[in-house]
Ligand binder design. Structure first.
Ligand SMILES: [Zn+2]
Length: 198
């Protein structure tokens, strides 16, 4: 669905979207007509547009500009503990965590902030942590063709901490290793140490 921008510069929220959120408020046990909730459907709708802004573009575009002049650098590049937020596709509850992303360049590198952009591009969708981890790794593999990619994500799931078993402070860890990090145990050990997970 393409966004229409109103005169106030904000995204126009279709009536059916507002109605759906009103229905959810009523279902939750509150009155969508009361003063404090009057503008909530619009706010929620616009917030979700932002939470899911990753659908609007291919995260791989952030990796299209590369640098081949690396001054003989032939070691692992690591971006550690990048904070991110996503939403689980099962409950639409927040997933908050950090990701560490590494690759061993073959002949080109990207600006370091681009790795975080790839992460956010996939995180700003409805996700499961395992797929998010795999998608970030595969995107870097496909676009940079490095010798290897390693992605480790640790996150807390709102659907676990806020409902059901209510397990606070439990982090789920997922990892995806490709290329040399998958094939070679000592290289994998080295990258995990660089990520602070040795
Ligand atoms: Zn969930």
């Amino acid at each position: 669905m393409a966004d229409v921008i109103g005169e106030d510069g904000k995204v126009v929220v279709p009536t059916e979207v507002e109605d759906a959120i009103r229905t959810l408020i009523r279902w939750s046990g509150d009155e969508p007509e009361r003063e404090g909730l009057i503008d909530t459907p619009k706010r929620v709708a616009r917030a979700w547009r932002e939470y899911c802004s990753g659908y609007a573009s291919d995260p791989g575009v952030h990796l299209s500009r590369t640098f081949e002049e690396v001054g003989g650098y032939d070691s692992v590049v690591v971006l550690r503990d990048i904070p991110f937020q996503s939403h689980c596709e099962h409950h639409m509850a927040p997933i908050t965590g950090t990701a560490s992303i590494a690759y061993l360049p073959r002949d080109r590198v990207v600006g370091i902030s681009k790795l975080a952009r790839v992460l956010h591009g996939f995180a700003q969708r409805l996700q499961v942590q395992e797929r998010l981890t795999a998608e970030v790794a595969q995107c870097i593999q496909d676009n940079l063709n490095p010798r290897g990619v390693a992605v480790v994500i640790e996150a807390q799931h709102g659907c676990m901490t806020g409902r059901g078993v209510k397990t606070h402070g439990v982090g789920m860890v997922t990892s995806r290793m490709l290329g040399c990090f998958l094939d070679d145990a000592s290289t994998r050990k080295e990258v995990l140490a660089l990520m602070g997970r040795g």
